[in-house]
Design a protein around this ligand. Structure first.
Ligand code: ATP
Ligand code: MG
Length: 590
């Protein structure tokens, strides 16, 4: 997406960013710009490993990387960190490209792969061996782990550490040529086995792996590890600010060591807090388990926190970008309330979703004094938040469907909807008064009868009389049958990662996360609803058309119900703050 092609062609393109308070990363960039450290350049990258689908955590990183670069007229690359052939697949590459685009960001021509740099990385490894800074080790992975020491005790030097440069060059060449089996040797950096930072205790740079790579095929049988690939890839791409999550903080000295030893362009690594959300897991490994073990119907199951899942559920890219701007970044990991994400979702959907009427659990309502064959087209407002959205007509007739929940034969106190003798407003229709009910053999109400007041067309009350409730409805003869899928949180516990001994996170799955309601009655305008279209079903929530829809038989996902718990929390906090402010002067006066 290039919103303005005539603008400086070099500038990264990102949708207009929601304003967010400044943060430490922006401050670092500003100070680097002021000191001229990178000659006025800001260049970031988003570096996913193509071993799964992107999730909401990645959205935070994407918004941050693309957003910051765009703010300073800089560039952002999309780079696949594809150094582990065993777990990576083209399907993931394709999905990641789709998802970053959907979120609204554009890397223009700067799509890169770490595998593009395998030859250069190999040559740099040879350079370090030649400089006496790397050696081939014959220890197994297990032996290396044991020799690494602990936080309180130093590591042990490998017996192969002091091989000559010639021997190391020869062995590394033979590793590359495929002479040795998997795991039999590694290339290690020669740094310091007594370093207080475990990452500097001769970390492994290359391992032998006879596995086909999704892009380089069988060309390579040695693969660089993350630590040897990432910083050098950043350097090759002239990334100035390499923004990553906090778990890489202890890797930063190693990141710096490699680029310094190689004498190449030196990007600056900056760490921020990972997004974690209540009732949600954000780890590709765990999400893969959910998919592989059939707990969900795929990566794009609308209950999944993947970008493809939330897209199918009906989330908008704008809502995600606003949320990411609102949470900001920090230097300590914490957990964000899922309700806050849903608040930003509702705020956005409220502006853009057309209102329609749909009855999920239908109950027949017969208006006895309405003519049998009469049909009136009632005018309904499409979106009260958007004047340009206009109006549509909804057919009204003698037999309607209303929500089972909107009728009680024996209403409790506080129940103001329809009940015998009570008058309610049918939205955009008429005022009706319930006269009697029809029951089946087991005593269930299967039909509600009522009379209407012809003077109340459109739901108006010319005499100014009050009714306590307005309910939605759909004309039975005109209704479109549809399926609606209602979702609850995928996990029943706030922290799905916390489990009892002997259990895993799937023990926390919510058995009621999906409810399929199959015989819903929808207003006729929904017969034409296209896949992905978003609506507000009046009084029920926001819904989005699922790809499983067939012509004339739409399937809807409930994106989110209407009730906004986060707004309530915020309001309470604000009122408490206000009360506190009002109280304090008095306190001072005392
Ligand atoms: P996971 O733990 O889910 O497998 P990862 O960090 O291994 O995630 P990558 O594909 O390596 O996944 O991530 C690409 C980028 O997205 C990295 O810069 C990473 O730091 C960032 N990222 C991943 N998860 C989160 C998260 N929860 N919050 C913020 N950024 C994240
Ligand atoms: Mg990773």
């Amino acid at each position: 997406m290039n919103a303005n092609p005539s603008k400086d062609a070099a500038a990264a393109t990102a949708p207009e960013q929601p304003t967010s308070p400044s943060n430490f990363i922006r401050d670092i960039i500003v100070s680097d710009l002021e000191s001229g450290k990178y000659a006025g350049q800001v260049h970031t990258r988003f570096p996913p490993e193509p071993n799964g689908y992107l999730h909401l955590g990645h959205a935070k990183s994407i918004c941050l990387n693309f957003g910051l670069a765009a703010e300073f007229g800089g560039l952002t690359n999309l780079r696949f960190d594809d150094t582990n052939p065993e777990k990576e697949e083209q399907e993931y590459v394709d999905s990641i490209i789709r998802d970053v685009r959907w979120l609204g960001f554009d890397w223009e021509t700067r799509l890169f792969y770490a595998s593009d740099y395998f030859q250069q990385l190999h040559d740099w490894a040879v350079q370090l061996i030649t400089a006496g800074k790397a050696y081939v080790d014959d220890l197994t992975a297990e032996e290396i782990r044991k020799g690494r020491g602990t936080l309180t005790s130093p590591g042990v030097e490998s017996p192969y550490r002091n091989r000559s440069v010639e021997e190391n060059l020869g062995l590394f060449e033979r590793m590359r040529a495929g002479e040795f089996p998997d795991g039999s040797r590694t290339l290690r950096a020669k740094i310091d086995m007594a370093s207080p930072n475990l990452n500097l205790r001769d970390p492994v740079m290359y391992r032998i792996l006879h596995a086909d790579h999704h892009r380089t095929g069988s060309k390579w049988c040695i693969y660089p590890l993350y630590d040897f690939a990432h910083g050098q890839s950043d350097s090759i791409e002239k990334v100035t600010h390499s923004i990553c999550t906090l778990e890489f903080e202890d890797h930063r000295p190693l990141y710096n060591w490699f680029v310094e030893q190689l004498g190449i362009f030196h990007p600056r690594q900056i760490e921020f807090d990972r997004l974690s959300l209540t009732y949600t897991v954000l780890s590709k490994r765990k999400l893969l388990t959910l998919v592989n073990d059939g707990h969900v119907q795929g990566w794009d199951d609308p209950r999944m926190p993947t970008l493809s899942g939330v897209r199918r559920r009906g989330y908008t890219p704008e809502a995600l970008r606003n949320f990411c701007a609102a949470i900001g970044v920090s230097k300590t990991n914490g957990t964000i309330e899922l309700a806050m994400l849903e608040h930003y979702l509702r705020e956005d959907l409220n502006k853009r979703a057309s209102r329609v009427m749909a009855v999920l659990r239908p109950l027949k309502l017969v208006i006895d004094n309405y003519p049998e064959d009469k049909v009136e087209q009632m005018e309904a407002v499409n979106n009260p938040e958007d004047g340009a959205a206009g109006t549509r007509t909804v057919p009204f007739s003698r037999v309607l469907y209303i929500e089972q929940d909107d009728f009680r034969e024996d209403p409790p106190k506080q129940f103001y909807r329809l009940s015998p003798g009570r008058e309610v407003r049918l939205r955009y229709g008429y005022l009706v008064t319930c006269t009697r009910v029809v029951k089946d053999a087991s005593g269930n109400v299967i039909e509600v009868h009522c009379t209407y007041d012809p003077a109340t067309r459109g739901g108006n009350t010319p005499d100014g009389r009050k009714v306590k409730s307005t309910i939605h409805w759909v004309s039975a003869a005109h209704a479109v049958n549809g399926e609606v899928r209602l979702y609850e949180n995928l996990f029943a516990t706030e922290d799905p990662n916390s489990v009892e001994e002997g259990k895993d996170f799937t023990a926390n799955l919510n058995p009621n996360s999906l409810e399929v309601v199959s015989s819903c009655k929808l207003e006729p305008s929904l017969a034409q609803a296209g896949v992905g279209a978003r609506y507000q079903f009046e009084r029920l929530g926001y819904f989005c058309v699922d790809p499983d829809s067939k012509p004339g038989a739409p399937v809807f996902n409930r994106t989110v119900p209407l009730r906004d718990t986060w707004a309530k929390i915020e309001k309470r906090v604000n009122t408490e703050v206000t009360k506190e402010n009002m109280r304090s002067p008095r306190k001072q006066a005392q």
